[in-house]
Design a protein around this ligand. Sequence first.
Ligand SMILES: NC(=O)c1ccc[n+]([C@@H]2O[C@H](COP(=O)([O-])OP(=O)(O)OC[C@H]3O[C@@H](n4cnc5c(N)ncnc54)[C@H](O)[C@@H]3O)[C@@H](O)[C@H]2O)c1
Length: 352
Amino acid sequence: MAKTGKDGKVRFGLIGCGEIAMQSLQALKLHPEVCQVSAVQDVNEPLAKDTGEKTGAAVFTDPAKLLERDDVDAVVISTPHFLHAPLTIQAAQAGKHVACEKPIACTLEQADQMIAACKSASVLLTVNYILRYDAPQKKAADLIAQGAIGKVIRFQAHVAADKPESYWSGGYTGRNKSDWRQSKEKSGGGVLIMNLIHDIDRIHKIAGLAPARLYAEYDTHSTPVEVEDNISVTVRYTNGAIGSIDAMSCARGKESFGNRIYGTDGQIELGWPLRVFTTRDVPGLKKNEWNTLELPGKAWGPEPRGEFFERFARAILKGDTACDISGEEARASLAFCLAAYESADKRAPVEF
Ligand SMILES: NC(=O)c1ccc[n+]([C@@H]2O[C@H](COP(=O)([O-])OP(=O)(O)OC[C@H]3O[C@@H](n4cnc5c(N)ncnc54)[C@H](O)[C@@H]3O)[C@@H](O)[C@H]2O)c1
């Protein structure tokens, strides 16, 4: 029987205390009214101990020991991708709710096993797509829902990152030295599954798009790793819209990022600030000219991550049987990425 917390709080156990776990820790601390960290675990003992010192939580190197604890209601899994499935299944079997880092897993079989394990244990499973909680995302979703740009007919998602050589063995901070990001088997892929998957998840969600068919090309041009550093995907959606998605992790000299959603009656530039053009009468927007909307927060700030944990904790405390970002939705974003890799490998379109 899954637990619903104690004293109005969900007691989290952190599984994986590497780079992103430090951001999750900061985010969890933003909501002490419902979130508490009671235990931490990493196979890398110094990282586990360091995280224990930062939190005052119990420290473990074996996940089974953390999962035995009565004072752990839910876990945050922040490990390399190939470990998401076994650790989620182990946590579900111990009756713990699971907030897993993206992508849900490396394969659809793993994702299905995770979803099934959490269902059968009656625990919640969610996956951390924090862009869903940023202010431009929420505003764009509202505008699209009220018809501000008409019917969505096209979107562009673009990531051109310049990842330094050190990233491939230690991420951006070097907190954990490991080769998992370079390995196709351990990560599932490169810049698409690692980064662009956030953009895919959020645009599909706010524009209500379901892919019908895609074609992709990818390569590893200038990075000594197994995974792709350059990919382009063209997608047709079930509503007829067309998507154009590209990502690089070897854009030397200048990085650029951006999402645009085009409708029959306008377009949205999804960023800080949010920019909107509409040919319709929409309350709060000027018609037939660009509107620049200043919104609170900043890209990749701690607040969206904090809101993700807060809302997950509140769902657990209420005994909800669903949460904001379901395992099934996270599976769909993974299925999209895997279809792109399949298309590029086969040099042929893939139908959904
Ligand atoms: N949501 C986001 O915005 C975001 C951003 C960056 C990374 N991530 C995701 O977070 C996850 C971790 O990435 P990272 O950058 O922190 O990697 P990292 O290598 O810095 O940290 C991973 C940690 O997992 C630990 N680990 C390995 N095996 C373990 C096991 N069996 N049990 C417990 N811990 C184990 C490692 O020792 C390491 O400390 C990945 O899924 C990544 O894609 C998400």
